[in-house]
Design a protein around this ligand. Structure first.
Ligand SMILES: NC(=O)c1ccc[n+]([C@@H]2O[C@H](COP(=O)([O-])OP(=O)(O)OC[C@H]3O[C@@H](n4cnc5c(N)ncnc54)[C@H](OP(=O)(O)O)[C@@H]3O)[C@@H](O)[C@H]2O)c1
Length: 286
């Protein structure tokens, strides 16, 4: 029996993990979110870890409001960096393995080919910087950890681009969506399945891994596909980042290379549009 702790369990990835883990009787999983344990509270985290033993903690908790983070640096840093340090210190004391999730926004977006794990990060936003600092603190305390950087996460739950587009598709006949930010959407269910492969693999391979769905898209491409698969009668017009200013700067290009995670864990990753269709079908129960 493998004992798992999932933090941020009410978020998109946490709920996607639960959907997979609930069918796996060999896993004993504890799910927690901020209502049960505020991860920024060091003594509460210490007490929590002292009271139970886990083989692996999967940290899905984060401050994910990328634009709000620009005005709330302290809160963002508490969750994306200090809370990771609290988990890492407790995990080191109890020899608990850690899987932590990070982001494509650690890169500056000036690449023209998919980012590999050893490419040099250069975050352009508070969110990206605090996530990178979270990675660093975890590597320092628990060098045997696994860090998975992912991008453009969406699911049936929470706030995400897919759900926003579905709503706008009902409310508007026409919208503009940026076409000069290129990346890859990631269905949280596929990331959860990859995490399942990692925890059930024969060997634990520490280090950083990149994971997204296969393929490349702009937010415009993503929006067009959402309207199509959700059967919304809403025209999507391509606009530039300059025409849609946001508080946080986002990378123009943040496609992640999945070569390392595919080779290490023998994963086959679905194309983003195939996964989008599945998620929309689940969400709208088409
Ligand atoms: N969403 C994306 O597009 C995206 C892209 C790349 C990487 N990622 C990374 O992927 C991971 C999962 O993202 P997600 O979209 O599933 O996140 P999410 O839906 O925002 O869920 C995060 C969860 O963490 C909880 N949380 C926040 N502060 C906490 C605290 N102090 N103590 C305990 N729990 C706390 C949140 O609770 P509240 O809701 O009450 O705050 C929420 O339930 C994160 O590490 C994120 O940085 C996400």
């Amino acid at each position: 029996m493998t004992k798992l702790l999932v933090t941020g369990a009410e978020g998109q990835l946490g709920r996607s993990l639960r959907r997979i883990f609930d069918n796996e009787p060999q896993l004993a999983v504890t799910y927690i979110d901020i209502d049960r344990l505020d991860l920024t509270d060091k003594s509460a985290v210490d007490t929590f870890f002292d009271n139970a033993r886990y083989d692996i903690v999967i940290n899905c908790a984060a401050y994910t409001a990328v634009d709000l983070a620009e005005k709330n640096e302290v809160a963002c840093s508490h969750i994306n960096t200090d809370a990771v340090k609290n988990i890492a210190e407790a995990a080191r004391r109890h020899q608990t393995k850690v899987i932590h999730i990070s982001t494509d926004y650690v890169f500056n977006g000036k690449n023209f080919m998919p980012y590999a794990e050893n490419d040099v990060p250069d975050p352009q936003s508070i969110y990206g910087r605090t996530k990178l600092e979270g990675e660093a603190v975890l590597k320092a305390y628990c060098p045997q950890s696994i860090i998975i950087r992912t991008s453009w996460l969406y699911s049936e739950w929470g706030n995400n681009f897919m759900k926003t587009m579905c709503r706008l598709g009902d409310e508007k006949h026409e919208i503009g969506v940026v076409c000069d930010q290129i990346g890859t959407p990631t269905y949280a269910h596929d990331l959860a399945a990859a995490i399942y492969s990692i925890i059930t693999a024969e060997q634990w391979h520490p280090g950083i891994f990149h994971f997204s769905n296969e393929g490349v898209a702009s937010w415009y491409d993503f929006a067009v596909a959402i309207m199509h698969h959700a059967r919304k009668d809403c025209r999507v017009n391509p606009i530039t980042t300059k025409e849609y200013p946001t508080d946080a700067r986002r990378p123009h290009y943040s496609v992640l290379s999945k070569a390392k995670i595919k080779t290490t864990y023998g994963l086959t990753i679905p194309h983003w549009e195939e996964s989008l269709r599945k998620c929309i079908n689940n969400y709208l129960q088409l």
